[in-house]
Design a protein around this ligand. Structure first.
Ligand SMILES: [Zn+2]
Length: 277
């Protein structure tokens, strides 16, 4: 399994080299896949000694240093249109517009059956969901200066992983938002571990996501853990890689016990698969 993955990684890496994509040696960058829900890696031409500010769609992008140069790791929203996408790079020498191509990715469709009240919401539940949206946006908009300790994140729980990120969701015959994370099947009570270090920015019980933990890993990379049966951390708490943050469950809208693992980069949900070691 491990060797198969290593072989796959070397194929992907080889393709990136053949395609002439920018790559950073010595940095554990995610796999690049410039599609909706994917990641674009841009090597900046800025020679500034201070970190350039990279703006994508009105949000600040993650920028890390590689020797004397800077590399932007840009999350592409699932709703991004195909074609050229602009970013603005600002450093003490001025502003520069860059663009890159967003390619197509065919995501599948998934039909799921849940309790009717989880699809056709009562007025009270709808009001609750709208309040929660604001709170989730607030958690995802956190920015802390130190960079993530790694951009390769081991799965927070062992178990079979769905590749349903981005799939269109049809609940009880009604179309809903695409699936914005990775589902990992595991028994209720299985420990959920922080994949890399970070600060817990929020915890709570949400209508759809159930018991949830948000962790800020730095420079706009925020991870989210949903449907938990237990939450073992508090907002403001610093966690190291491997810290138990909670346990798998099926709270909220879930058809069985599993972990929903979301990764947000510059406020865009990106495919956690691209960040696996
Ligand atoms: Zn999910």
């Amino acid at each position: 399994m491990r060797s198969a993955r290593a072989a796959f990684a070397s194929i992907v890496w080889g393709c990136a080299l053949l395609a002439g994509s920018p790559h950073a040696l010595g940095l554990d960058l995610p796999h690049e896949n410039a599609v909706p829900g994917g990641v674009k890696i841009l090597r900046l031409k800025s020679s500034a000694t201070s970190m350039p500010y990279v703006d994508t769609d009105g949000h600040r992008a993650l920028v890390i240093q590689d020797g004397a140069t800077w590399v932007a790791v840009i999350g592409i929203p699932l709703a991004a249109p195909l074609g050229l996408r602009q970013v603005t790079v600002r450093d003490p020498n001025g502003a520069q517009e860059l663009e890159f191509a967003v390619g197509d990715k065919q995501y599948t469709s998934q039909s799921l059956k849940v309790a009717p009240g989880q699809v056709d919401l009562s007025a009270a539940d709808l009001a609750r969901v709208n309040r929660e949206k604001i709170r989730i946006e607030h958690a995802l908009s956190h920015w802390t200066e130190p960079p993530p300790e790694s951009l390769r994140l081991p799965p927070p729980v062992p178990g079979p992983r769905s590749s349903s990120f981005g799939s269109r969701r049809v609940f009880n015959g009604q179309s809903r938002n695409p699936h914005s994370g990775m589902d990992i099947a595991a028994a209720t009570g299985t420990a959920v571990l922080a994949p890399i270090a970070g600060t817990v920015v929020d915890t709570g019980a949400y209508f759809f996501n159930g018991n949830t933990v948000f962790i800020d890993h730095g420079r706009g990379l925020i991870s989210m853990y949903c449907h938990l049966s237990a939450v073992d951390v508090k907002p403001g708490e610093r966690v190291a890689a491997g810290t138990r943050i909670g346990a798998v469950g099926m709270t909220g809208r879930a058809t069985g016990p599993h972990l929903h693992w979301g990764l947000s980069l510059n406020r865009a949900w990106v495919d956690p698969e691209l960040f696996l070691p």
